[in-house]
Design a protein around this ligand. Structure first.
Ligand SMILES: [Zn+2]
Ligand SMILES: [Zn+2]
Length: 257
């Protein structure tokens, strides 16, 4: 038995890294823990030397799609017979060097499939996300990256979401922004005086504003999109004047070519 401590640095938080290490450790029958610290991901692993070497290799080689491993620093520490399982430990926020804030990431193919599946419980859920996609930088309020350090802190998970969050086999295992229409944020719309709450109702307000030549500011990852009806000359002219873009093309959205 050997026990080794690993410090993994790079883009390793908010990208499914702890679940990745957890699955590897279980596959290699190692004991110990993985945790987020302000310096990066710290792995404490104990087992046969060959399995530990394989862990170090695959931590980087098989990293999740959104992760970027800059360095894996290893250090042997005295073995501990009391380590009998491998766990994801609570994050610690110590002083010292800061890890990288994970970037926002566009919705992934698996989430898109759910989004448009009428049978899925996240059908048309505007805030759909998983371990491989969704908001990170936009919602982070502190490090290490964990739900209490995001703007999702105020949303308690429902039983279904919690089951996904706790299941190592689920693609939302330890996805910090996990939520659904039952427990997550909802759409709301305002014209500055009246507020309309609820996904469908808020969407209907936005559609109405667009249809009648108004401008809608859609809050998304990292900022706002300003939208007007592309075939409404007056609405487009007003947007051009406000944005000081008399000639440059705007992005155009259409249901199909
Ligand atoms: Zn996804
Ligand atoms: Zn939920």
């Amino acid at each position: 038995m050997t026990r080794r401590q690993l410090l993994v640095t790079g883009v390793v938080q908010g990208v499914g890294f702890r679940p990745h290490v957890y699955r590897l450790a279980h596959e290699l029958a190692l004991t110990g823990s993985v945790t987020n610290t302000a310096a990066g991901v710290v792995v404490d692993a104990q087992g046969p030397p060959a399995a530990l070497a394989e862990l170090v290799r695959r931590i980087a080689a098989d990293a999740p799609p959104l992760a970027f491993v800059r360095e894996v620093r290893t250090q042997d520490v005295p073995e501990d017979p009391a380590l009998t399982a491998f766990t994801i430990a609570a994050s610690t926020s110590d002083a010292g060097p800061r890890t990288t804030v994970p970037p926002d990431c566009a919705v992934c193919a698996a989430c898109l499939r759910e989004l448009f599946d009428p049978a899925d419980r996240r059908h048309r859920h505007p805030f759909i996300t998983c371990t491989d996609c969704g908001p990170r930088f936009t919602i982070v309020t502190g490090l290490p990256y964990d739900r209490p350090s995001t703007s999702m802190a105020g949303f308690a998970m429902c039983a279904d979401c919690e089951r996904e969050y706790l299941d190592p086999a689920d693609r939302r295992f330890h996805a910090q922004p996990v939520a659904c229409p039952v427990c997550g944020p909802r759409l709301w719309a305002t014209d500055g005086s009246t507020r309309t709450d609820g996904d469908e109702a808020a969407l209907a307000v936005a559609q109405q504003v667009l249809a009648t030549g108004g401008t809608v500011a859609v809050k998304g990852l990292g900022g706002f999109h300003l939208a007007v009806r592309a075939d409404d000359e007056a609405a487009v002219a007003r947007l051009r004047a406000r944005k000081h873009r008399p000639d440059r093309p705007f992005a155009l959205m259409a249901a199909s070519l």
